[in-house]
Design a protein. Structure first.
Length: 580
């Protein structure tokens, strides 16, 4: 049994067979072939070995000519290993006797060889494991082809283990069959993590390299409550986690009973709990759990993976589905929050060495006005169907906000001239996500109808931590004292101006922080749909005076670790069933 530690980005426990996607994107399934197909599959294996051998020979000859025979000898060693009779026999035996597909037989055999090399104390011999993995990749390329296998064509339940998953790949995972996923890279607050939360499947990122230790079909446990991945678990561990999974299901059923109850504290304070969504179909997850509205509709997933720019009608159809479903409850639609590097139909800026500080979000929209106007037209057209509100992301200066509002006003004039109806009193809001916006918040509140505080980016920019980088993920802390001071400044300024304030980052959906947030003054929280019942349960179990006491104590603390321990203890005392 092997236990890996990673960063939990979507809670829950999942037990199942692994579907391994290596860092080239190959899917290596545990496929059993028919008895009468053995000869054909062995022939395919032979073709792959021969093709890989010819490829290695070409590489050897080319390197020898350019760099010398001593460097070409590296490929000679690869060729010798590839054509080793014992290795060939072991792979063929798995195909003949156990009816494994050649892909799976190659993976099982070569990864076993690699583990043997890795376990040797002789460092030179241990390095031979890299050669084994290189040979495996060559064979898999010839067996599987160069095309990345689609994760949308699954027929049985799996846990996806990958080097990385892009947000668009994550978004297309079939939740009927994908019960959880783990990636070697990534960090909290990344777009992939956000999508995983919205999909409500257990997910862990940033484990570091581990794919060489597992093959497709192996039993794996994803404990996304504690950020652990368990490979080849023993029977006792399997039994324990199956029990925990049942406890999760029982708690979820219990919380369902609160769907139509208000999130009201013991002393009568009403808390509004909204849902964060990425896709139109998620709106039903919000209404099923009794959400007060949609506090954040992320629209960037209309663009991710699209080969052409979404039309006005594509926007309109997506937004109208959500607005109609929500009835008279508010729907806050955030304009595009992406960089040009994520959209293939836009020219990528030449110097984007640091995309999070580059041309993205509202900056990109203001630089590409036709794209921006298309989205604004669709939002305005939808505004007559319900309580639609518009929100601009990543605002850092008053000039940016005013420019965005001017473009919106110009689009309103166009629609007016065309006789197209829209809500002229549409509420306009902004995201507070950067320290500059916090420092100028007293001026911003004079120019907007509402404010949403996005902690994902605020933490990143305040602490200078790349939220997608596992190497600094430990520094990405929601309750770092500096972050909490930024949040408190925003609360005080919006409160003084009586401007509605909503918290819509991942922090808002974490039960550990709910009492702190209520004590700091939040009465509007926008969370992933799956978190709504838990946050509502906490709100209905506490009094504001108790939360304010917790908040005052937290604001005296000097580090995030101490704060998290304290908050977890307070949650355990108040709502023990939600403390993990």
């Amino acid at each position: 049994m092997q236990i890996l530690q990673g960063i939990a980005v979507s809670p829950g426990v999942a037990i199942g067979e692994a579907l391994v996607m290596d860092n080239e994107g190959f899917r290596i399934p545990r496929r059993i072939i028919a008895r009468d197909a053995v000869d054909d599959e062995l022939a395919r294996l032979t073709q792959a070995i021969d093709a890989a051998g010819r490829e290695i020979e070409r590489n050897r000859d080319s390197v020898s000519r350019q760099l010398g025979s001593q460097y070409g000898a590296i490929f000679s060693a690869h060729l010798q290993m590839l054509r080793d009779e014992q290795l060939r026999n072991e792979i063929e035996d798995l195909v003949r006797q156990r009816h494994y597909s050649p892909e799976y037989a190659v993976s099982r055999t070569l990864r076993r060889y690699a583990k043997v090399f890795q376990s040797l104390e002789n460092s030179h011999m241990a390095e031979r494991a890299t050669d084994v993995f290189d040979i495996e990749k060559r064979l898999q390329r010839h067996l599987l082809g160069h095309r990345r296998e689609e994760l949308t064509h699954l027929t049985s339940a799996v846990l996806v283990l990958a080097h990385n998953l892009t947000p668009s790949e994550t978004a297309t995972l079939d939740r009927t069959f994908v019960k959880g996923f783990v990636t070697e890279v990534g960090g909290p607050g990344s777009h992939t993590a956000i999508v995983a939360e919205g999909m409500e499947i257990p997910a862990i990122v940033g484990t570091g390299p581990f794919l060489t230790d597992v093959s497709g079909g192996d039993l794996v446990i994803i404990d996304a409550d504690h950020g652990q991945v368990i490979l080849e678990p023993d029977e006792e561990t399997i039994a324990r986690y199956r029990h925990e999974a049942e406890v999760h299901r029982t708690l979820a059923l219990k919380l369902e009973s609160m769907r139509d109850l208000p999130a009201e504290t013991l002393d009568g304070q009403r808390v509004r709990i909204y849902g964060n969504i990425e896709f139109p179909h998620e709106v039903s997850h919000c209404t099923d759990r009794g959400a007060d509205g949609i506090g954040l509709y992320r629209t960037e997933f209309l663009y991710l993976g699209a080969k052409v720019e979404p039309t006005e009608e594509v926007h309109f159809d997506a937004y109208s589905n959500v607005v109609k479903h929500m009835g008279d409850r508010p729907v806050v639609i955030r304009t595009l929050d992406l960089g040009a590097d994520k959209m293939s139909y836009l020219p990528e800026p030449e110097d984007q060495r640091n995309p999070v500080l580059g041309l993205r979000s509202i900056r990109l929209s203001l630089r590409n006005l036709p794209l921006f106007r298309i989205q604004l037209r669709a939002i305005l057209r939808v505004s007559v169907l319900g309580d639609v509100r518009i929100m601009f992301p990543l605002i850092s200066t008053l000039i940016e906000l005013r420019q965005a509002k001017m473009v919106l006003a110009d689009v309103m004039e166009d629609l007016d001239e065309q006789g197209i109806e829209f809500n002229r009193d549409l509420q306009i809001g902004m995201m507070v996500e950067v320290p500059a916006a916090v420092m100028m918040i007293d001026r911003f509140v004079e120019e907007v109808d509402f404010v949403s505080l996005g902690t994902n980016d605020l933490i990143q920019y305040t602490l200078a931590v790349d939220r997608g980088n596992k190497d600094v993920a430990g520094l990405y802390n929601s309750v770092d004292p500096a972050v909490l001071r930024m949040i408190d400044m925003t609360i005080q300024a919006t409160g003084a101006a009586q401007t509605p304030l909503t918290l819509c980052g991942q922090m808002s959906g974490n039960p550990t922080y709910t009492m702190l947030l209520l004590g700091m003054g939040f009465r509007r929280l926008s969370v992933t749909p799956g978190a709504i019942p838990e946050i509502k349960k906490i709100c209905r179990s506490v009094a504001i005076e108790q939360c304010e006491s917790i908040s005052r104590h937290v604001m005296t603390m000097e580090n995030a670790r101490e704060t998290r321990v304290y908050l977890k203890e307070e949650l355990k005392k108040t709502v023990p069933e939600l403390a993990t």
